[in-house]
Design a protein around this ligand. Structure first.
Ligand SMILES: [Fe+2]
Length: 198
């Protein structure tokens, strides 16, 4: 399954696809009138049902309602559909991401932070059995400023003048986390993944 985030509406042509796809998830706390779904369920190769949901933090990001307003209902719906529930929390602040992980501890398999692109060193299983990391990191070019050619991002910050960003190319890595869990959805381990590609 694939989750999105604050750039969901950057490409108009994605909107009809979001309506059709049952594998692509957008933040639940966008407007309820916007296209796309916040919850998707699929069957893993061993037959286990897995639900994926996404929420967006509200510090520095534009959301229709705060993530804590609707997370409980969303998680309840996900748990009714599958024993394994993965929450992608797309947010800027480490505190907000840690708070969401603690709030959901014992109710979901994993709360994985995304959006800041820099993998954090806190992958862990919380006391209630929920795997968590503040940010899973970036799959992309790390010789960059969060994926953009460093000289362009720096130029914009130094001058305040908008610059057309281009993706960088060097030091491509796959980053993420590997979560192992029991069939009932309780996490057993949570390990960061960082694989150099080019
Ligand atoms: Fe983002």
């Amino acid at each position: 399954m694939l989750t999105l985030g604050n750039h969901t509406w950057a490409r108009r042509e994605l909107q009809p696809y979001l309506e059709e796809s049952d594998r692509v998830v957008r933040p639940a706390n966008f407007s309820r009138y916007a296209p796309g779904r916040p919850l998707a369920v699929a069957t893993a190769t061993d037959g286990t049902r897995v639900a994926v949901v996404q929420l967006m933090g509200w510090l520095f990001l534009e959301v229709a309602v705060g993530p804590f307003e609707l997370v409980d209902d969303l998680v309840e719906e996900a748990r009714a559909a599958a024993p394994v529930v993965v929450v992608d929390f797309h947010a800027e602040a480490t505190s907000e991401k840690q708070a969401m992980a603690r709030w959901l501890d014992g109710r979901v398999t994993a709360v994985l932070g995304t959006h800041t692109h820099v993998q954090t060193a806190d992958a862990r299983v919380l006391p209630g059995g929920t795997a968590a990391i503040t940010d899973a990191g970036m799959t992309g070019p790390h010789d960059s400023i969060i994926g953009v050619k460093a000289e362009l991002a720096t130029q914009r910050m130094r001058t305040g003048i908008p610059v057309r960003f281009e993706p960088a190319e060097g030091d491509v890595r796959i980053e993420g986390v590997l979560v192992e869990c029991d069939p009932d959805g309780r996490a057993r381990s949570c390990e960061p993944v960082r694989v150099p590609i080019a």
